[in-house]
Design a protein around this ligand. Structure first.
Ligand SMILES: NC(=O)c1ccc[n+]([C@@H]2O[C@H](COP(=O)([O-])OP(=O)(O)OC[C@H]3O[C@@H](n4cnc5c(N)ncnc54)[C@H](O)[C@@H]3O)[C@@H](O)[C@H]2O)c1
Length: 313
């Protein structure tokens, strides 16, 4: 275990794919007080290519060997969902702080064990639920807490795409991802909605899931996939009932026949006012006219950066 953190902090990345590249390494390279010392991927070529791109001295395929050799202070876990549990637990056991990609794990039990292991090790375990770091989410959370909306009794979260099955990675594999749009994109709007609402206690959840398009079509706005191996749901429609009497509707799909290419947003309906998350807009009806109480002109696009910053400080 690294009892004394090094200066600059030593960072290792597990899973050298697109999110490791576009979000994690892209952020770490901007920090003078962080140094990327190792990258690990099950594909040696992928690890080496990534290391070459960022000037990382160690590229390897074995997580345990990487942790022992590079002795990082911080580990970014960017592997497919199936491996989050194993990689987070290994990194925590090696005394590292961990920034893990969403979803935390494949099951609630795994996520809970990870949470307890981090607490026991006295290390930070953070997840890249970046939408809650948008200034829009922060503003709406303040408005909800200040009672501007009154009691919010209906929340509608949507993460919907018209034919937007990911054409890369393992997002269509139940074994490696654990599920489809619910665990991949729905989870983002669910997290943002729950954050704004202040995480009310849940009484009951009911849901319907479908597999009607992902196993029939094979191409869309995010590339080409194999419909014969499409083993996840392609749509979920859920209702979460809270103990406070309110409900949250979550509609999520990789491929739904809707006119919009994509909808990633949340509506909050309170007794006094309503709000839309992206961009943040709080409004009220006055004699049939829509009146804005407060609004951001555009949605905050620096969410990923803020999420990485929050974890690294
Ligand atoms: N926060 C976000 O908005 C966001 C966006 C995209 C992806 N993600 C999450 O990031 C993770 C990776 O997604 P991605 O889009 O980068 O996928 P990707 O397929 O581009 O990258 C995954 C990488 O992990 C490697 N890998 C596979 N098995 C491994 C193992 N056992 N050990 C080490 N490396 C292994 C693969 O070779 C690949 O290079 C997923 O959990 C996904 O949900 C989050």
């Amino acid at each position: 275990m690294n009892a004394t953190p090094s200066s600059p902090l030593r960072v290792a990345i597990i899973g050298a794919g697109q999110v490791a590249d576009k979000v994690h390494a892209a952020y770490y390279r901007t920090r003078d007080d962080l140094q990327m010392v190792a990258v690990c991927d099950s594909s040696e070529a992928q690890a080496q290519q990534f290391a070459g791109r960022y000037g990382i001295p160690l590229a390897c395929t074995d997580v345990q060997a990487m942790l022992a050799t590079a002795r990082p202070d911080v580990v970014s876990v960017c592997s497919p969902n199936r491996f989050h549990y194993e990689h987070v637990m290994q990194a925590l056991a090696a005394g590292c702080h961990v920034m893990c990609e969403k979803p935390p794990a494949m099951t609630v039990e795994e996520a809970d064990t990870m949470r307890r292991a981090a607490r026991h090790a006295g290390r930070v375990l953070a997840y890249d639920f970046h939408h809650r770091f948008a200034l829009d989410a922060l503003l709406l959370r303040e408005q909800v807490q200040a009672g501007v909306l009154g009691e919010v009794y209906v929340t509608i979260a949507r993460a919907l795409r018209r034919c937007g099955v990911p054409g890369w990675g393992v997002f269509t594999s139940k074994t490696l991802s654990g599920g489809g749009p619910l665990i991949d994109i729905g989870i983002h709007m669910l997290d943002a909605a729950m954050y704004v609402l202040g995480f009310p206690a849940v009484r009951r959840v009911s849901a319907h899931s479908f597999q009607r398009i992902g196993n029939r079509k094979s191409s869309g706005q995010f590339g080409v996939w194999d419909p014969t191996t499409f083993s996840v749901e392609d749509a979920v429609f859920a209702t979460i009932e809270f103990r406070n009497g309110g409900i949250l509707r979550l509609d999520t799909s990789f491929a739904l026949n809707i006119p919009q290419q994509s909808i990633m947003n949340v509506e909050f309906c309170g007794e006094r006012a309503g709000a839309t998350l992206f961009p943040a807009h709080v409004y009220q009806d006055e004699d049939g006219k829509l009146v804005t109480l407060c609004a951001r002109e555009a949605a905050d696009d620096n969410r990923h950066l803020r999420s990485m910053e929050h974890t690294s400080t």
